[in-house]
Design a protein around this ligand. Structure first.
Ligand code: URA
Length: 188
């Protein structure tokens, strides 16, 4: 574990801990406020993210931005990262060994950011962070507290592109995040 961002970023530069390194254009490390109270964790970069080196800049990210705008969440004030930092081929779900190899980077990011709330975007984020026993359909929309951090699992924004009905639930889940965050600030 590194206690500063520079060393952590340096350590990932030539990462070849898993096979996803072979086809990557860019490592998609993370973006946003490194002192954010709210952190979002996705699955892994898609084609646009791989090209630009920034998480959630493609279609799913644009949809997520619309929800942020509607709910008054400032993307610049939160921190966004993924379970894996390199694009899985054809956007498949990261394999267990790939997630395993990459998770220490994310754990280190969480330690450095020290968020109060973590939004888990989709099943891959949920299972890798809170445990394989959790299912996204049953868990989304419900707060889970671990070691002082409040986790809100919700749909991955790409799921909303496939199924419009999930948009309302996604919105409701993010609304809960806004409400809880406001409560936390008022109690500070
Ligand atoms: N999907 C993800 O899970 N992460 C991204 O950065 C982009 C799409």
């Amino acid at each position: 574990m590194y206690d500063n961002w520079e060393e952590l970023e340096d350590s990932i530069q030539n990462c070849n801990k898993c096979k996803l390194c072979k086809n990557r254009i860019n490592i998609v490390f993370g973006v946003g406020n490194r002192k954010a109270d709210i952190m979002m964790i996705g699955e892994g970069p898609g084609a646009d993210e791989d090209k630009q080196g920034i998480p959630f800049v493609g279609k799913a990210g644009q949809l997520m931005n619309k929800a942020f705008d509607g709910l008054g969440i400032d993307r610049g004030k939160i921190y966004i990262a993924n379970i894996v930092k390199c694009r899985p081929p054809a956007n498949r779900v990261p394999e267990e060994d790939e997630a395993e190899a990459c998770l220490d980077y994310l754990r280190n990011q969480v330690i450095l950011v020290k968020p109060k709330i973590i939004v888990l975007l989709g099943s891959t984020a949920l299972k890798n962070i809170l445990g394989k026993e959790y299912g996204i359909t049953a868990t989304r929309g419900n707060w889970i507290e671990r070691k002082g951090i409040w986790y809100m699992p919700t749909w991955h924004p790409a799921a909303l592109l496939r199924d419009e009905t999930k948009k309302i639930e996604f919105w409701k889940d993010l609304k809960q995040v806004v409400i809880k965050y406001d409560e936390m600030k008022n109690n500070d």
